[in-house]
Design a binder for this molecule. Structure first.
Ligand code: ATP
Ligand code: MG
Length: 380
């Protein structure tokens, strides 16, 4: 069995994905699956970590974007109304960001029953301790203060995520760095299933699994141009749940105010600054002109009379320029009429997704000797 390739920058992974797609037996465009948990509105970390790639890849790939609303219940089972609101909100964020529902499918996890069934089968392919050692789960338990009080379902979401992905047999999964450990587990499940139930030789190279009779391609993580954007607290990963995020839906004033909070600890404009600090991650992420980035770095490093406040204002202007077209597109989905449009988009995308996921489930069951008879499920 080949080991996982290291996950590096977007460009390298993108070319790997293209290579892999050429070796799959899929006749259509190769597929992408990724998604977000409705735990709050989307933010700039989502944009640079994953969303930007999704928007860019819509023509080349058949794209499935999953609303992981079942997973939201793993930490917020007591607030179903919030999960419902955030689910609609995330679709508005996607559409505002440039996801095109004509080209891509918006998929509601709780209406794709094949995912829940596959989760069970995959749970049997992963040792319990392997799941609990998953570093992303551990970090989440710490950062969200879950202690030892989390539900049984919480670690189960990591197994469920393998099913979210593999139900669509994608070659690529655009994600932020924190998700790479999950993708690695998903790759292990795919290999194991292919070996155990499809008779694929364990020595097979990852890219050759579909050609060797495997049901599942071994999907590749595609990490965005900023693997882990730090929040406005200047310390933790920007996260919906940590209150340190600039939202894609924030108005220009709020953006300025939040960016002004980024803490560097520098005392004066003439103090030589450290260009590897949080503020400069933002400069690199959002100031589009490479020449200007270099100039800011140079002045900052020399303490050449350039204040943090000035740099923050410049970054905020760039962020607002990025968000302005999103604000315009979002208007079409505001209010009750907008919500009805959003639900129609989810319904349509989920119906198309069920066709693929049901086919996967049927083929999985056939490989496992569970094809006693066929059934027909349609999303209403
Ligand atoms: P939560 O706090 O509920 O975990 P989150 O803000 O971490 O929310 P997720 O829904 O877990 O968001 O992540 C959705 C996608 O966005 C994932 O691919 C994740 O890696 C990516 N992502 C989230 N935050 C960042 C970030 N700060 N930098 C880069 N990518 C990110
Ligand atoms: Mg997260």
């Amino acid at each position: 069995m080949s080991t996982a390739p290291p996950v590096t920058g977007g460009a390298r992974n993108a070319s790997l994905c293209v290579l892999m797609s050429q070796t799959t037996s899929q006749l259509e465009r190769p597929r992408i699956l990724t998604g977000d948990t409705p735990t709050g509105a989307l933010h700039l970390g989502h944009w640079v970590g994953s969303l930007e790639n999704r928007v860019r890849l819509q023509d080349e790939y058949e794209c499935y974007f999953l609303l992981a609303n079942m997973h939201a219940f793993t930490t917020r089972a007591d607030t179903p109304g919030d999960i419902r609101r955030d689910t609609i909100e995330i679709v508005c964020d996607w559409l505002a960001a440039g996801i095109d529902p004509e080209r891509s499918c918006v998929v509601l996890q709780t209406e794709v029953p094949a995912i829940a069934e596959l989760s069970w089968f995959f749970a049997m392919l992963l040792p319990f301790n392997r799941v609990m050692r998953n570093p992303t789960l551990k970090t989440e338990i710490d950062s969200k203060g879950l202690g030892d009080k989390y539900s049984f379902g919480f670690p189960m979401y990591a197994v469920g995520q393998c099913a979210d992905i593999l139900a669509f047999r994608p070659v690529c999964v655009p994600v932020g760095e924190d998700q790479v450990a999950h993708i690695e587990m998903c790759r292990e499940v795919a290999r194991r299933f292919n070996q155990m139930y499809c008779g694929v030789d364990p020595k097979t190279e990852d890219a050759d699994y579909p050609g060797a009779g495997g049901l599942f391609p071994i999907p590749q993580a595609l990490v965005g141009r900023v693997a882990r954007l730090v929040g406005v607290d200047g310390v933790q990963k920007m996260s919906k749940s940590l209150g340190n995020a600039v939202l894609l839906s924030d108005d220009p004033k709020t953006v300025k105010k939040k960016i002004n909070r980024i803490f560097t600890g520098r005392q004066s404009p003439t103090e030589p600054g450290d260009t590897s600090n949080a503020l400069f991650q933002w400069v690199e992420a959002f100031v589009p002109d490479a020449g200007r980035v270099a100039e800011l770095k140079d002045k900052y490093a020399r303490g050449a009379d350039i204040g943090d406040g000035h740099i923050k204002a410049e970054v905020a202007d760039c962020v607002n320029a990025l968000l302005e077209p999103m604000r315009e597109r979002r208007k079409a989905f505001e209010g009750e009429a907008g919500e009805r449009k959003v639900i129609e988009i989810i319904r349509d995308g989920t119906a198309r997704a069920n066709a693929v996921a049901e086919e996967t489930l049927w083929n999985a069951k056939r490989s496992m000797g569970l094809d006693f008879f066929a059934r027909d499920l349609r999303a209403r």
